[in-house]
Write a protein that binds this ligand. Sequence first.
Ligand SMILES: *Cc1c(COP(=O)(O)O)cnc(C)c1O
Length: 379
Amino acid sequence: MKFATKALHAGVEPDPTTGAIMTPIYQTSTFVQASPGNHKGYAYARGKNPTRNQLEKNIAALENAKYGLCFSSGMGAADAVIKLLRPGDEVITGDDLYGGTYRMFTKVFAHYGIKFHFINLADANNISKYLNEKTKLIWVETPTNPTMQIVDIQACSAIAKKHGCILAVDNTFASPYLQNPMELGADIVMHSVTKYLGGHSDVVMGALCMNDDKIYEQLAFIHNSCGATPGPMDSFLVLRGIKTLHLRMERHCFNGKKIAEFLKSHPKIDKVYWPGFTDHPNHEIAKKQMRDFGGMISFDIKSRKKEDAFKIASSVKVFSLAESLGGVESLINHPATMTHASVPAEERARVGVTDSLLRLSVGVEDIDDLLEDLKQALS
Ligand SMILES: *Cc1c(COP(=O)(O)O)cnc(C)c1O
């Protein structure tokens, strides 16, 4: 099945009792058993809920994976992956991570004896310098947030396979429409479903996809044991959101390209971070592993003044100043004070997250209105 058909139909069955075409919201915590242990595969809703199960199958199909697990947030999903590790284990990851992931690694799991190496993954060869017998996981985000670096998933996978460690890819920014890390050798794909998959800024959710039976069993055990599972109402909303993922992504990419080009030619703007530019350092890899370049764009202004960035962020009228991304509506964000406030200033400066950097999540509005809005905000 092709992507658009899978988005609508994969994993989704009409309700067996009524024929309802939309998956019912099974708003129940428990399921009646005929005799002890004799149930229809559902016992308690933390473990399994029919609405959630259909969503898990649907997301797995979009990532061409055998298994899917949905979590109550993207961080809940990432948390489960780190719980595969033991004290003393080491993780190699990027130095330009989602702020919340960086915070969880450094402020939560570092206290459990897990060591994280934050390195520049734009060149995958850097990994070998940090590999040792304790390395159990390589955690990759691509495109990175917010400086839109591209990490070569296939190159990371070759290193992970040779070394016998797990490669997990946070595929939130690309969405399964633009990139399928599993096909490039990833063992686990993670999503903040909150973003493009949900797509309507009305749900917080996470997901993991995998092919390996053993990794699935371990993660399914953690999923049920630790309990960060989403409710049926949220599962329904995401199933509904995904039905238009391909249509939304097409428009996000179309609008994103126009806006990236507009920003690049604007006299007040210095750098524009977007992997679709032919002069982007890893444009060739982006072309190879992504189907298009998406609607996430960051830019830095020539004056390098925080006040000027604040002025732009507060002058927009169609864009909204807010955290998050991937929804139908366009958002603007000031990473240094918003999404990346939990990353120390020295660390931010090192990767280019200056006080004048702004990030756009380009929505699906009419491109003329979006361009007009940026023009007036920059004037
Ligand atoms: C938002 C986000 C997360 C965290 O997901 P939540 O659903 O907010 O918990 C992780 N990674 C990336 C790239 C994100 O954008």
